[in-house]
Write a protein that binds this ligand. Structure first.
Ligand code: PHE
Length: 341
């Protein structure tokens, strides 16, 4: 069978015709393959010497055609790429545009409410004082006139540190009262926000960790009237000028007399019913005149000074303000909840 001298060229021509390029890199590959110094047409040109004389002319024309085709195709492909990159110019990013919003997260409702309370009391001269969450028995209980047999000390309520039985997780921010009074001289006007712990069964209304803000005011001639007016000011700033408050007599070992303050929230919807147990009233804080024995324990002369203290829960107030039906939501870190604030 005689050799088909034209077949390899025809194959190359076909290949060139079907080439397509998508970017500068594939265009360069095309150039090297068909037009570079070692392009695949070169060996076909060298073949001319071997081609029988009567076919030489036709063979030569065909190889030249292949070369021209490679050149014109290269030009065409270069233009299409250039076209593309000029489009790319148009959509090149505009660096003067403001950046796309990054996901910054949001503030936790407990922090929002806590800061608001701090703001309100700072208007009437209360400064923030913070202290430790791992407390000793003295500052959490004994200095605060809480006798050894008081039920609040029961293992049921307090988390003690297993290897250090005299240490515990503070059960209230009142521990900051004794620390501050021991270290500072009156007049004292502080607000102590922070986390507290109690060994309680976790439910929709109570948790083993929660937040309180403690207030303490010690000076000469501080009276119960000062306490009441301070709390009324707070309630109006926090819940609006029409809010009603009521003080109910109560008992705390470290205050005498003692009271609990309720605010009237009303019963507008189901959450109000649930949070206020159907009464419309919600207890938000405990308060009273600092017991003289506590002043004494902390090195302040009760004959010269008197004062009031209060401690309020944050979770319940935030539940009211944001209509949060279940206290457990605060600590579950569910983004669907957190993103709403
Ligand atoms: N420490 C009390 C509590 O945890 C609240 C309180 C603080 C009461 C200050 C009176 C004075 O319930």
């Amino acid at each position: 069978m005689s050799q088909d001298w034209f077949l390899p060229i025809k194959q190359v021509i076909q290949a060139i015709q079907s080439e397509a390029v998508s970017d500068a890199a594939t265009l360069e590959r095309f150039r090297i393959q068909y037009l570079g110094s070692k392009n695949i047409l070169k060996p076909l040109f060298s073949e001319i010497a071997k081609v029988p004389n009567e076919l030489k002319k036709e063979y030569g024309q065909l190889v030249n055609e292949a070369k021209q085709l490679a050149e014109s195709k290269f030009k065409e492909l270069s233009e299409s790429i250039a076209d593309q990159s000029s489009h790319a110019d148009i959509i090149k990013p505009d660096l003067s545009l403001p950046a796309a919003d990054i996901n910054r997260g949001s503030r936790h409702p407990i922090s929002i409410v806590m800061d608001r309370i701090v703001d309100i009391f700072s208007k009437i001269g209360f400064a923030v004082a913070e202290d430790r969450e791992i407390e000793d028995d003295w500052n959490n209980f004994t200095a605060l006139n809480t006798p050894d047999d008081h039920p609040a000390r029961d293992m049921q309520d307090t988390f003690y540190l297993r290897d250090f039985p005299s240490l515990l997780l503070r059960t209230h921010t009142s521990s900051v009262q004794s620390r501050y009074m021991t270290a500072n001289k009156p007049p004292i006007r502080i607000l102590a926000p922070g986390r507290v712990y109690r060994n309680e069964t976790i439910s929709a209304r109570s948790h083993c960790q929660f937040h309180q803000v403690e207030g303490l005011y010690i000076d000469k001639n501080v009276s119960m009237a000062d306490l009441k007016q301070t709390l009324l000011f707070f309630a109006q700033e926090m819940f609006g000028p029409d809010v009603k408050i009521r003080l109910r007599p109560s008992f705390f070992p470290f205050t005498e007399p003692s009271a609990e303050m309720d605010i009237y929230w009303g019963l507008k919807d189901e959450t109000d019913h649930r949070i206020t147990k159907g009464t419309g009233w919600l207890e938000i804080l405990g308060c009273g005149m600092v017991d003289p024995a506590v002043l004494q324990n902390c090195g302040i002369d009760p004959n010269e000074y008197s004062g009031f203290a209060f401690g309020m829960g944050i979770e319940r107030q935030a539940m009211l303000l944001y209509k949060i039906p279940d206290i457990r939501y605060y600590f579950e870190n569910d983004l669907r909840f957190l993103k709403q604030f």
